[in-house]
Structure formats: C-alpha cells, structure tokens
Design a protein around this ligand. Structure first.
Ligand SMILES: O=C(CO)[C@H](O)[C@H](O)COP(=O)(O)O
Length: 228
C-alpha cells in the first residue's frame, strides 16, 4: 500500500471509535480528510446519529459542513468526547509532534478540551525519538526578530516557514510559523517547558502525555495501540 492508501485505511478505521450522541473534535490534515469523509458517510446513512463536530481548521470545518455534519465552535460545547487528529511524528513513549499543517494551536486547544484523543498515522510517522521532523512553533509577529534570536541562541535552529511564493506562512490567527530543525529531541518535556515560557511563542507542536490511542497504518492493515 502507498502512503495515501495507509492514511485512508486509518482514517476509515478510526471512525469505529466515534459514538452516536457525542461531540467530536475534528483534526486537520490529509489523514484526517479521510476520517471526516468516512464520518460524513456514516452520518448520512444513519450509522452514527446525533453528533456535533468541533473543527481545528477552516479546511476541516468546510469539509464537515459540506457533508452535512452539524458543527459548533469550541466556545459552544461543554466538552469534547473524542478528538481524532493526525500527527507528524510519534516516539516510542507516544509523545508527538504536530503542526505540519500549521494548525497546532487550534489542535492543541481542541485536544486539551477532549476527554479522549486518538491520532491516526501511517507507519512512517512512528519513530524511536522525536526531532527528525522539524518542530513547528507559532510566534506572534510583534518583535519576531527577538523571538527568533532567542530560539537561535538556544541552538534550536529556527527557520521561518515560507509558502511557494517565498512569503512567511501565516496561521489561522495571522501569526508566523517557525520550524525548529533540531534533528533530535532527547528531552521533549524540558524543551516544551522552555517553549511554554517564551512570551512571543503562542504555541509549539510538542503534544505530550495527551494521546489515548493511536491507529497506525501498516501494509497488513491498521493497528490500534492503547497508550494511556
Ligand atoms: O498537525 C497537523 C496539522 O497541523 C497534522 O495533523 C499533521 O501535520 C499530519 O498531517 P497529515 O495527516 O497530512 O500527514
């Protein structure tokens, strides 16, 4: 199976965990695309009823709406029962890097307001340690050179993410995205704590101690890993 087929298989499989009468967080990305597509099908044919979705990006919001899935803002739900999202890298302790699609701030807010979190990934995302995938962070444009230089001084190898026209990528909240090309993250909690204390950093892509279940796509089919 190619990578896209693996993504599709885990996207479809993950919908088995969505119960009727629940509030569902909808992540962002090419794997989540297949999950929302399958959820739309099962909602339309009545296999899953009475759900409300909370999106982590305008892309996911639009896709869900186009399939007739009732949607609400995070402000308008008491809690989220289950969020299903993709990930960019997952280590052997089930810690993750997210934000390849620059949606990590909204994704983190939705994830931390969810009772359960499931990640759906193809096998290439599983690694011994984090860091070979650059760690995305979101910074506010005000004083961005100061924030950038602080990251550089810490030897975190920051690079602004640019679009195909060479312009800085902007997030949903019109902030900049910096990728930290550190190569290897030996102590994710220490790095997360340091980043959490940088005033100009709005969010980072380290999602630690958060995921409950991972659905991994292998050539012989999706495998469900119970994490915590
Ligand atoms: O964190 C994310 C977006 O900010 C995505 O979930 C992550 O980048 C995985 O995306 P894909 O399923 O397209 O590989």
């Amino acid at each position: 199976m190619n990578q896209d087929e693996l993504k599709k298989a885990v996207g479809i499989k993950s919908v088995d965990f969505i119960k009727s009468n629940s509030v569902v967080g909808l992540g962002t990305g090419s794997t989540v695309y297949y999950m929302i597509e399958e959820l739309g099908k099962r909602y339309q044919n009545g296999d899953i009823t009475n759900i409300v979705g909370v999106a982590t990006s305008s892309r996911s919001q639009k896709q869900a709406e186009s399939l007739g899935i009732p949607m609400k803002d995070l402000n308008d739900v008491e809690h989220i029962d289950l969020t299903i999202d993709g990930a960019d890298q997952i280590d052997k302790n089930f810690q993750g890097i997210k934000g390849g699609g620059a949606a990590h701030l909204l994704e983190k807010m939705v994830a931390t307001n969810s009772h359960q979190n499931i990640w759906i990934v193809d096998q290439s995302k599983m690694a011994d340690e984090l860091g070979s995938f650059p760690l995305p962070i979101e910074i506010i444009p005000f004083g961005y050179e100061k924030t950038f230089n602080d990251l550089k001084s810490e030897n975190l190898k920051p690079e602004f993410r640019l679009d195909e026209n060479g312009n800085r990528v902007l997030t949903h909240n019109k902030n900049y995205v910096i990728d930290l090309k550190v190569g290897s993250i030996k102590h994710p909690h220490i790095l997360a704590d340091w980043l959490d204390h940088q005033v100009g950093v709005v969010a980072h892509g380290l999602f630690l101690d958060l995921v409950n279940k991972i659905v991994v796509g292998y050539d012989d089919g999706p495998k469900v890993i119970e994490c915590r």
